[in-house]
Design a binder for this molecule. Structure first.
Ligand code: CA2
Length: 146
């Protein structure tokens, strides 16, 4: 049976493709989801893809991975820089985890240079646009093979 991954998108990522296109690109979150689903079929992963604007919902989803997910990919959006609760949830479940960002957070405002969740990440992909989602899937697949 294929291993199952939870891919989490945090606040405001539902707006992708509708505004701030110069920063985040033209692609919508629905299209990213479709691309991820297609790629998962190719590489043999089962995918749960979610977006939430609510910190507690993200914490709940991370806790739920204890039941039947083998890995987590997370673009925590703005919570990347603020959320001890999301960090604690990731540390508690101890699943292979990749932190993902569309933009290069280190090229942007100073407040984006600190990620609170990196401590729980096995790897980080940032600055590669929507393509980073596909790279994160390949990365988690590789970690899970080990
Ligand atoms: O680069 C990323 O993926 C970020 O996680 C995106 C977050 C930002 O707070 C992080 O510093 C870096 C923001 C997501 C907001 O997405 C929007 C998309 C379209 C229009 C407005 C916001």
């Amino acid at each position: 049976m294929n291993q199952k991954i939870l891919l989490i998108n945090g606040p405001n990522l539902n707006l992708l493709g509708t505004r701030e296109k110069e920063t985040y690109g033209n692609i919508s979150l629905d299209d990213i989801k479709k691309n991820c689903e297609e790629h998962c079929k190719k590489i043999g992963l089962e995918l749960d893809f979610m977006q939430s604007n609510l910190e507690g919902e993200i914490v709940d989803a991370i806790q739920e991975t204890r039941k039947n997910h083998q890995g987590i990919i997370i673009n925590a959006g703005g919570y990347t820089h603020t959320s001890v609760a999301i960090l604690d949830a990731l540390l508690a479940v101890k699943k292979p985890t990749i932190e993902l960002h569309i933009t290069n957070i280190y090229k942007r405002e100073d407040f984006r240079h600190k990620s609170l969740i990196s401590k729980a990440a096995d790897g980080i992909i940032c600055g590669l646009g929507a393509e980073g989602y596909i790279m994160a899937l390949d990365g988690i697949k590789k970690i899970l093979k080990k």
